[in-house]
Ligand binder design. Structure first.
Ligand code: GLU
Length: 304
């Protein structure tokens, strides 16, 4: 498959969409990111890497980090997590308070903010230093020991994260948070502030395309069944209230973040990451979604 040519064609085709979205501004530090960036990286299971644009530049992965915390918690307790959080698409904004109230403190899925706060809280029961655990995990997944949190982004979220604080307090009032609200928020904001490039992200998603085994080392991180289930949740819940739209247009399991990144994978073949900071009103990268739609169209590869 001529992936390099496909990526270059995609970069050209999405360029006119510049200006069609807005850089996230509710986290002040993210608002400083120049809107014009576009990068994309695809890596195959046998390690062939294809890139275009700003594929090596690091950005704030935001909610894509929810995939790493969820993977770690599944390693520790498997399906028991789903006693505390559901696995149904939300059809609601990622930070919805209303839904959490309706559902009496059991978040609809692990990829909305309330769900990710519960996942972070669960991780802290098994890994007291949840910040170090996630950092160590992504460094191993990507084979890149230099990956770091961005302290300015984490602090910016801490100062303005009133809705996340409300969600955490509400979870606590329903006894669905074991640790202190502030401790959970601190770990969660740090996870969101992970700074990674498209190349590093694509590499970090390869184990999900490989039945739970990290291709670079042969290490099994999840059972084949756990990897399948995680992919199912990515497909149904990875794009907030646009999960249906993403499945319809792209047809891959994936996860977006308000930093403008999207990571996705084709089971048995490759993982891909794209970054373009301008997002739509659902929190998903405008050019990123179009780029992935073009990838599955031009390659003829999707899970359907
Ligand atoms: N840190 C962001 C928040 O909690 C993550 C949102 C996202 O990427 O969707 O609001």
């Amino acid at each position: 498959m001529p992936y390099q040519q496909i990526l270059e064609d995609i970069a050209r085709e999405v360029a006119p969409l510049a200006g069609a979205g807005k850089v996230a501004s509710y986290i002040p530090e993210l608002a400083k990111v120049p809107p014009g960036h576009f990068g994309m990286a695809l890596i195959t299971l046998d390690g062939r890497l294809y890139t275009t644009g700003d594929a090596h530049e690091r950005f704030s992965v935001q909610s894509i980090s929810k995939v790493f915390t969820l993977s770690l918690v599944i390693q520790h307790i498997g399906e028991r997590l789903f006693e505390r959080v559901g696995k149904e698409p939300s059809g609601n904004p990622f930070n919805s308070l209303v839904q959490l109230e309706y559902e009496q403190g059991i978040p609809r899925n692990p990829f909305i903010n309330a769900g990710a706060l519960v996942v972070t809280d669960e991780l802290m029961r098994h890994q007291p230093d949840a910040k170090a655990a996630v950092l160590d995990f992504v460094r191993r997944l990507s084979g890149t020991p230099t990956i770091q949190y961005d302290p300015a982004v984490a602090a910016s979220e801490r100062q303005t994260g009133f809705t996340n604080a409300a969600l955490a307090n509400y979870l606590k009032s329903h006894r669905n948070l074991y640790h202190d609200v502030d401790q959970v928020l601190d770990a969660y904001f740090h996870h969101c502030s992970l700074s990674m490039s498209c190349v590093e992200l694509a590499r970090s998603f390869l184990f999900l395309a490989n039945h739970g085994v990290l291709p670079a080392t042969g290490e099994r991180l999840l059972s084949a069944s756990q990897a399948k289930r995680l992919n199912a949740i990515l497909l149904s819940c990875g794009f907030y209230d646009e999960a249906g739209e993403f499945a319809f247009r792209v047809g891959l399991p994936g996860k977006s973040g308000v930093g403008g990144g999207i990571a996705a994978l084709m089971p048995g073949r490759w993982a891909v990451a794209v970054w373009s900071p301008e997002i739509n009103r659902h929190g998903n990268s405008v050019r990123g979604m179009k780029a992935l739609e073009l990838l599955t169209t031009l390659s003829g590869e999707s899970i359907f």
